[in-house]
Each structure stands twice: as C-alpha cells, then as structure tokens.
Design a protein around this ligand. Structure first.
Ligand code: SAH
Length: 209
C-alpha cells in the first residue's frame, strides 16, 4: 500500500510541479516516508502537506523537500550539512542521492530518535549531531552544500563561512512566513536567488538573535 501511495506522491505532487532532477525523483521513490512520521499517522505520510512528528516539530511537505533537494544541485560524494534533522527524512533523501550527510538537531530526543531510525533504515552513514546548528558544524567544515530546514530571521553567518567557494546554501529566511532562498558563495560575494514562500518552524538560538 505504501509503495503505491509513494509512487502517486511523486507523480502527482513532485513531477507534476516540475521537479526534474532524476536523483531527487529516484530518492523520493525510494525513501519510506511513512517510517519518519508518527505511527498513528502513517497512512497520511504521502499527502501534500507538512505533518507533526511530535515534540512540537514537523516533517516538511514532500514538494518542499524535493524543491530544496533539487536546488542543492547535488553531485554524488558531496559533503552536505543539514541544520534541523527533525524526523531525519530530508537527511535520508540526501543520503539516497549519494551525499555524505552531517545533520544537526537542537532537540536531544529528536536527535537520538532520528539517529536510531536512520541506522535502522540503512542510512547509518548519516552522522547525526545534537547541538545548535546556528553555529554550523565547524569540526566537519568545509561543506559543499548546506541546507537549513528551520527558519532563521536572517541568514546565519557561521554555516555560510563553512561553505566552500562555489558552494550552495538553501534555506528559508524570515519570520512567520519565509522566502526559500539559494545562496551561492562566489569570489565576489554571495549571490541570492529566491524560490518561493514557505513556512518552517523557527530556528532556535540564544538570546539577542
Ligand atoms: N528536515 C526535517 C524537518 C525539520 S523541522 C525533516 O526532514 O523532518 C525543523 C527542525 O529544526 C526541528 O526538529 C527543530 O528542533 C530543529 N531546529 C530548530 N532550531 C535549530 C538549531 N538552531 N539547530 C539545529 N536544529 C534546530
């Protein structure tokens, strides 16, 4: 049943809206999204919206996961930092696309739960770190790509500093509703491209931010 729902999700929500990257489509066809939601809501896992995963957090809408994954312009073997592990679903999609994934989550229970689930589902190569992703992950820098799946009011500088030159960072920026943006780090500065409006949970960080 889930295989059929997943196939329908990819054709009706993802391909129909113009996502073309074959690696993204293949990963979304493969990763068992229903395993990343609460057990009682598995039957809804392939619907066209974000969902609660408990602890006040959400798993993003499938289309948003697909669009962000495509915007990363990933090549197999690239080193990627995800900030906001949540359920672990986006991390699994990136791993399925051949990326070397480091993901950081500020809620300890979620970091533990998602690390265990990713390992159980065969994504044990994904490194899950508990901590404040606002600071990036300096001990593993530099990264070819950074994806932020919680919304900061403005772009956090540390993860941008930890990006290679020519690297891309995809993130929602703003309060309440956000712009999904792609930042490219070039020798002459950061170039911004806006995709569309989104709504993510806020990025948590210390006082005065
Ligand atoms: N990518 C996730 C969805 C993310 S929901 C998925 O595929 O399911 C946003 C997540 O970001 C939440 O789990 C929240 O706890 C986390 N978060 C918020 N602020 C953070 C921070 N400063 N560092 C790391 N994670 C953070």
């Amino acid at each position: 049943m889930y295989d059929r729902l997943r196939e329908r999700m990819v054709s009706a929500q993802i391909e129909a809206r113009g996502i073309e990257d074959p690696a993204v489509l293949k990963a979304l066809r493969k990763v068992e999204r229903h395993r990343f939601v609460l057990e009682e809501s598995r039957e809804h896992a392939y619907e066209d919206h974000a969902m609660s995963i408990g602890l006040g957090q959400t798993i993003s809408q499938p289309y948003v996961v697909a669009a962000m994954s495509e915007a990363l312009e990933l090549e197999a073997g690239m080193k990627v930092l995800e900030i906001g592990t949540g359920s672990g679903y986006q991390a699994a999609v990136l791993a399925e696309m051949g990326a070397v994934v480091h993901t950081i989550e500020i809620v300890p229970d979620l970091a533990r739960r998602s690390a265990a689930l990713l390992a159980e589902l065969g994504y044990g190569s994904v490194k899950v770190v508990e901590g404040d992703g606002y600071l990036g992950l300096p001990e593993e820098a530099p990264f070819d790509r950074v994806i932020i799946t919680a919304a900061p009011p403005k772009t956090p500088q540390p993860p941008l500093d930890q990006l290679v030159e020519g690297g891309l960072m995809v993130l929602p920026v703003g309060e309440h509703r956000q712009d999904l943006v792609v930042l490219k780090k070039t020798p002459s500065g950061v170039v911004r491209r806006d995709l569309f409006r989104v709504r993510f949970v806020p990025m948590v960080h210390g006082k005065g931010y």
